[in-house]
Design a protein around this ligand. Structure first.
Ligand SMILES: [Zn+2]
Length: 339
């Protein structure tokens, strides 16, 4: 089989040690880590246990070793969404963001052919967010990861426009990741926030940005939506029909058909389902579907696109999904990663 350069554009990473931000700032359920004997660490949100992570969440060399086992050379790393901390005082979120962004920048400096970095910014305060975007550019990151909502505000809100404008001007990519899932407290059993809430959150983000005219205002913004765009693409028929039958409700800020935006933004490949991925490639074009895994978490595609390698797709489509789509989204050159 043909050997492809594989870039996994959806992976999460943390510094091995986090300061106790709650003690430092004197309030709030900031995430902290308790390292265990066996080499794992428990994440706590205030006093509440969140999840156990292992060394693959922070150890750059171990990550690269695991990636080599799946023929994948490059990983685009960003923090874990629970770290966004948009609920905190903006200057505190800024300090936390800098800490996380500097850690990612160091990984990129240490392993420039293996790591590409996305930062995080205090989205709840455009002034601080833009300030950190400028710094992110200077320290060598290629974009930012943001939440599907910002403290329950949708991404069409004008208060976010200066951030989108700055990202466009600084030539920084945006990855939109579900978090703070709608209905979280009403459906905690059966992991429903992750199985039902997350795909809905991502559709919420895409539809908000389309109907709010964000892509019209910032036509050069390069946005990639997690988990294959969540439920947006599978329900585009319904969304388009709603736009056509009730423009008085839907088309109040933008009168362009939502279907026209398909293929203008990127989505990752995390579907766990070849049939669905085929449908998404049909809609988006393979140059707008980028290999993602959600490594190192169990709900991710931890074989890093093996199911895509096994699909009966033209080599050109595989090459697009494995590297070209991500490179175009990040505005990077393939030659920088060929070793
Ligand atoms: Zn993820």
């Amino acid at each position: 089989m043909k050997k492809f350069l594989k870039i996994d554009m959806h992976t999460h990473i943390l510094p091995k040690h986090l300061p106790k931000f709650a003690d430092k700032f004197g309030y709030g359920d900031f995430i902290h880590l308790k390292h265990n004997e066996g080499g794992s660490a428990d994440m706590y949100k205030g006093d509440e246990y969140f999840r156990t992570i292992n060394a693959s969440t922070w150890d750059a060399e171990l990550r690269m070793k695991e990636y080599r086992e799946h023929n994948t050379q490059v990983q685009v790393v960003c923090t874990i969404p629970v770290m966004f901390s948009y609920w905190a005082k903006p200057q505190d979120t800024l300090e936390l963001s800098k800490f996380l962004n500097d850690d990612i920048a160091q990984k990129v400096l240490d392993y420039p052919k293996n790591y590409i970095g996305l930062g995080t910014v205090p989205m709840q305060d455009a002034k601080y967010a833009v300030q950190e975007l400028e710094r992110i550019k200077e320290i060598g990151l290629e974009g930012i990861q943001i939440g599907t909502n910002i403290n329950d505000q949708n991404l069409n809100e004008p208060e976010f426009f200066p951030i989108f404008e700055a990202a466009q001007e600084l030539d920084l990519a945006i990855m939109v990741h579900p978090w703070n899932m709608m209905g979280f407290h009403k459906m905690r059993k059966y992991w429903l926030p992750w199985l039902v809430g997350m795909p809905a959150e991502t559709s919420r983000a895409i539809t908000s940005m389309i109907f709010g005219g964000v892509f019209e205002k910032f036509p050069n913004l390069r946005v990639n939506f997690s988990h294959a765009g969540g439920s947006f693409l599978p329900t585009i028929g319904r969304i388009e029909h709603g736009f056509n039958c009730r423009p008085d409700l839907v088309a109040v800020d933008n009168d362009i058909n939502p279907r026209d935006y398909i293929g203008k933004f990127w989505v990752d490949s995390i579907t766990h389902d070849p049939k669905l991925l085929e449908y998404i490639i049909d809609l988006q074009g393979s140059n707008r579907v980028s290999l993602g895994s959600d490594y190192p978490f169990p709900l991710g595609d931890l074989e890093i696109g093996k199911f895509i390698e096994e699909m009966d797709l033209p080599d050109k489509d595989k090459e697009n999904i494995f590297s070209n789509a991500a490179l175009e989204w990040l505005n990077l050159n393939k030659s920088d990663f060929l070793s």
